[in-house]
Design a protein around this ligand. Structure first.
Ligand code: HEM
Length: 537
């Protein structure tokens, strides 16, 4: 049994035990290793840190690629048992059965209860009770409607322009030459968090502007790692091992809580002072259930806010970093996408996805976005559901699963199932476009198996916003810059490594650390300015 990677601790051990580029600046201290040490001489902090490493290393849940290997190695081919009462499937029919068609027979797995901040405090993601979930979903979906998205786009574009501005300043320092290598994980996360701060709570976190709040990235990574582990092993949550498993997380958590509490207080005050904003929060804070008249309690508001921050920022930034990775490795795809963007729009400010937008004409660009999310789904792990008590069990892909058992499918595995995506590790945007060698029927099969946002009643309601952010950010990047993978060893950061651990061998696959969402490092990209960037400097 394998557990997901440790949070942004100083460890440089990846999910699979392979070595990855450290995600934080904290260096790995050899002193914290137990090997070769007399236990009696180890100070308590070092001992706890070492114990945390041992537990993190030995108790691990399967990552996206380990689930894929389990599917491949399983002689039955289509399903495997991950535990005494856990079944994992890998077909389109199973994915749809579990998440949509037979959704009435399944509910969110009770493993999610271990993610609650306090007993009874559910958010949209952790609510198992279907009527509670329906209420929360109705309220939150209103804030994510197409109309709200249209109203929000100008604010989104301001943040995308800041993102471009930061790249432009770095590129302008080397006039006419390639810029220094830039770590796109960081840049994309700054953008993702700032957009979500603005959209969720009416205030940017200003990560694109200054370093003050950048600790949020590590704090959210730690929080989602913790949720992923406890979701897999609910009993571990009861054991109250936080201090051992997450020695660095508590100080981050305090800073995170302070920032979010201030933000929520200010936001609530604005609401009571009558300075209402049409952000996502306004739909949650003013929500009342038409049947019961009930709204969100303060504790629920806090829990929703925390979840939405992770759901909206970590995912979109992974999608964007993956796009930079693939477009910088597949130069022919970069050329085609750049040509399309540069011939469709007339200026950088012409790029938007609102009214009269030319974005829908960028068919190839959209295919690149989808292909990046197919290859590297931001939430690629297994989404656990439980066969509902009283349902009498269900049959999935010919397997009878009794009630009370957990069933799930990994988005990464389905999206690399060669039955639907031949040559599945090739970044091939053309597989989404009809041509002589790619029929409508082939594309229909692929579309059924393309599930980065999951589907059904628990599928992602933020899809429109995600596409808006991704398409604007990548189209503007292609408009203003040429870009390429960094030269030298930095160019390999974020890529698979021949000779590395089994599922991480492919140099042209962007490597994810599979948490509840996922995290990553790189790609390091060099930019060269091609259009007028004066406005940004
Ligand atoms: C590329 C970007 C995104 C991807 C790939 C993505 C993917 C997903 C997936 C796979 C789920 C289902 C999780 C599960 O079943 O456990 C989900 C749920 C959710 N996502 Fe997203 N998401 C993205 C962006 C966003 C954004 C921008 C928002 C909001 C602003 C958002 C809000 C949510 C919410 C509220 C849920 C919970 C839905 C429910 O349980 O009813 N997501 N997302």
């Amino acid at each position: 049994r394998q557990m997901t990677d440790p949070p942004s601790s100083s460890l440089s051990i990846a999910t699979d035990g392979s070595s990855i580029h450290s995600l934080t600046s904290r260096a790995h201290s050899p002193r914290s290793s137990l090997i070769g040490m007399e236990l009696t001489t180890v100070p308590l902090a070092s001992f706890m840190s070492a114990l945390s490493k041992i537990i993190n290393f030995t108790v691990r849940a399967p990552t996206h690629w380990q689930s894929r290997r389990a599917h491949i190695n399983n002689r039955l081919g289509k399903a495997f048992r991950e535990g005494p009462n856990k079944m994992v499937f890998n077909t389109v029919t199973a994915f749809h059965d579990i998440n949509a068609n037979k959704a009435k027979l399944v509910q969110k797995s009770r493993g999610y209860l271990s993610m609650l901040p306090a007993p009874g405090v559910y958010n949209i993601h952790t609510s198992i009770d279907k009527s509670l979930h329906r209420f929360k979903r109705r309220m939150i979906s209103q804030g994510l409607s197409d109309q709200c998205m249209r109203e929000f786009e100008p604010s989104l574009l301001q943040h995308v322009n800041k993102f471009i501005g930061n790249l432009a300043r770095l590129a302008a320092a080397n006039q006419g030459q390639w810029s220094v290598p830039i770590n796109m994980t960081k840049q994309c996360k700054y953008l993702g968090f700032d957009v979500m701060g603005e959209f969720g709570f009416g205030q940017s976190f200003q990560l694109l502007d200054k370093p003050d709040n950048r600790f949020l990235i590590d704090a959210v990574t730690a929080a989602s790692h913790r949720s992923a582990v406890y979701g897999q092993f609910p009993d571990l949550a009861k054991a109250k091992l936080d201090k051992i498993l997450y020695p660095h997380a508590s100080s981050l958590r305090m800073k995170y809580m302070r920032l979010m509490t201030r933000l929520l207080r200010e936001r609530l005050k604005a609401e009571t002072d009558g300075h209402t904003k049409r952000d996502l929060f306004s739909f949650i804070v003013n929500a009342t259930d038409s049947e019961t008249g009930r709204g969100f309690s303060q504790a629920e508001l806090w829990s929703e806010a925390r979840f939405l921050l992770i759901a909206g920022s970590d995912t979109a930034s992974t999608g964007l970093a993956a796009l930079f990775f693939y477009l910088s490795r597949y130069t022919e795809c970069f050329e085609k996408a750049a040509k399309e963007v540069r011939s469709t729009f007339t200026s950088g400010s012409d790029i938007h996805s609102g009214l009269n937008s030319k974005m829908p004409q960028c068919v190839y660009l959209r295919a690149c976005i989808d292909e990046a999310m197919r290859m590297t789904p931001p939430a690629g792990g297994i989404l656990w559901r439980e066969v509902s008590p009283g349902s009498g069990g269900i049959v999935i892909d010919g397997h009878y699963v009794p009630e009370g058992c957990d069933v799930g499918a990994s988005i990464y595995c389905v999206q690399h199932n060669e039955e639907y995506f031949p040559n599945s590790f090739k970044f091939d945007p053309d597989r989404w476009i009809v041509s002589d060698i790619n029929s409508k029927e082939d594309i229909e099969i692929a579309k059924q198996a393309f599930v980065p946002f999951s589907l059904g009643p628990r599928g992602c309601p933020g899809k429109t916003m995600a596409y808006m952010e991704l398409s604007n950010a990548i189209a503007k990047s292609l408009w203003y810059f040429d870009f390429k993978a960094a030269e030298g060893s930095l160019g390999a950061v974020g890529a698979g490594r021949p000779g590395g651990s089994k599922g991480r061998l492919r140099p042209k696959e962007f490597q994810l650390l599979d948490y509840l969402t996922s995290t990553h490092d790189g790609p390091y990209i060099q930019f060269k300015i091609r259009a007028d960037i004066e406005e940004f400097l």
